[in-house]
Design a protein. Structure first.
Ligand SMILES: NC(=O)c1ccc[n+]([C@@H]2O[C@H](COP(=O)([O-])OP(=O)(O)OC[C@H]3O[C@@H](n4cnc5c(N)ncnc54)[C@H](OP(=O)(O)O)[C@@H]3O)[C@@H](O)[C@H]2O)c1
Length: 432
């Protein structure tokens, strides 16, 4: 009767899985924690008692844990933690599990498998032994899946993956662009953000998602969404660090009683642009303590939810210990907060560069930005035409012929404010 079996969940499908279902199943069994193992059928009352015991233990552990993040209430009464774990960079199950074991009770993932691994987040959650109901799962719809039917299908998939529901379902972006959705997206995307929003509202009515919202929006878009929505957005997620504080957007969210979730608070967006990270290296922040903790504490004190990402056990633990007994461990008084607020917009933008790629060849060329998460298509030029791109010193681009997979040249952006690159494949010949 006490022989263990894997708890049934509603998620037999692993659309993003790189491994075969059977490999994944073995992984789940070997990592399955006590709280996810139930006695086999035939001992229903014992199983129920056992489940109640395990759930209560998990709840007690969380309540007693002095590190536990305080919570906030969304406009619909749903409660969620102030500190989560961000899963960008395709955080593997091991890191998600680690964050949950360190006491984090919110995970932020997405369906965009160029940056995230939603299946790994679900695996990490299962492996952690923390009850599903104690964790706020945030996930996001890829804009290539906008449209009534497609969005609904993708909501169902995420919900199934996370035990039948998602806590916060966001639109990752309101719209597509070539680099994100592929050149042909105008022909392949079913609908727009409005259609997806209606699908999200229906899923909300059915309890499949507990809260809904958007990401990567500006104040005007939030106003427009609020006007359009039958179910008003509960959460907006956007970039917020001390040098890019999204002040107007946060004010707009406050006006509409929308909770603001900050991303890249540790300066990652700047490093993705090829710059030194101004947050982690800031002497101004260091005056108040460790810059990472100061930046996160500042965002929390400015009413944001934070979702730092780390692939280091030590830093995952440090980020989970921002609070002690409900009090932030980095004390920032009003003067300190104002000093940090004053950093907004102060970064030198002088390394902006205009790069022109002139196609000197006889064939169409495609330009790719070699970003931290892989190549991103940024434009194409017919023979004799040019592509002009705003970029930064140190960035790297590649060019390939339209009909080829492989790039034929790479280009490094140098110091000049305006640079022209002549693009021609020396070996280009007829396509036989
Ligand atoms: N909606 C969107 O479009 C969007 C966009 C970007 C991000 N996000 C979400 O926001 C989350 C966080 O943003 P992010 O991934 O851009 O990065 P982030 O949290 O701003 O920063 C991550 C970086 O900071 C380092 N780090 C983490 N904790 C640290 C600490 N205590 N001390 C020093 N360094 C520390 C990490 O290095 P180590 O790994 O070495 O610790 C990593 O390099 C994402 O994971 C994702 O969930 C959403």
């Amino acid at each position: 009767c006490m022989q263990a079996s894997v708890l049934q969940d509603a998620s037999p499908r692993y659309p993003n899985a790189a491994t075969t279902p059977s490999t994944r199943l073995i992984t789940r069994v070997s990592h399955a924690p006590a709280a996810l193992l139930t006695p086999t059928t035939g001992c229903a009352s014992m199983r129920n008692l056992w489940l109640i015991f395990m759930t209560t233990q998990a709840a007690l552990q969380q309540e007693d844990d002095p590190r536990a993040s305080p919570t906030i209430k969304l406009s619909n009464g749903v409660v969620m933690p102030r500190v989560g774990y961000g899963c960008a960079g395709k955080a593997s199950a091991r890191y998600v599990e680690r964050a949950l074991r360190e006491g984090v009770r919110l995970i932020d993932t997405a369906q965009a498998d160029e940056w995230y691994d939603e299946a790994a987040a679900a695996d990490g959650l299962r492996a952690s032994g923390v009850s599903r109901d104690d964790v706020t799962v945030v996930t996001k719809l890829h804009p290539k899946n906008h449209g009534a039917t497609t969005a609904r299908r993708l909501i169902d998939e995420s919900a199934q993956r996370f035990g039948g529901y998602v806590d916060v379902f966001l639109q990752h972006y309101l719209a597509c662009w070539d680099g994100l959705c592929g050149k042909n997206w105008r022909n392949t995307v079913e609908g727009d953000w409005r259609d997806s929003w209606r699908a999200m509202e229906a899923a909300y009515d059915e309890g499949l998602v507990k809260a809904i919202g958007v990401s990567n929006v500006g104040p005007r878009e939030v106003d427009e969404l609020v006007k359009f929505a039958r179910i008003k957005p509960h959460v907006v997620q956007a970039w917020m660090d001390p040098f890019h504080a999204s002040v107007e957007l946060r004010k707009t969210c406050e006006k509409h009683n929308i909770r603001f979730m900050a991303y890249s608070t540790l300066g990652t967006q700047w490093s993705m642009q090829g710059r030194a990270n101004p947050v982690l290296s800031s002497s101004k922040l260091r005056e108040f303590g460790d810059p990472a903790r100061v930046a996160l504490s500042w965002a929390l004190l400015r009413n944001a939810v934070v979702i730092p990402r780390s692939f280091s056990n030590e830093r995952i633990a440090a980020n989970a210990r921002l609070y002690d007994g409900g009090v932030l461990t980095v004390g920032l008084d009003a003067a300190a907060l104002e000093a940090i607020d004053a950093l907004d917009g102060t970064l030198d933008q002088s390394d902006d560069v205009q790069a022109v790629f002139a196609n000197d060849g006889d064939e169409n060329v495609v330009l790719l930005w070699k970003g931290p998460d892989g190549d991103v298509e940024v434009g194409s030029a017919a023979p004799g035409a040019s592509v002009e791109i705003s970029t930064y010193r140190g960035h790297e681009f590649a060019a390939k012929l339209h009909r080829h997979e492989e790039a034929f040249a790479t280009y490094q952006i140098g110091a000049a404010r305006r640079q022209t690159f002549r693009v021609r494949d020396p070996e280009a010949g007829p396509d036989l």
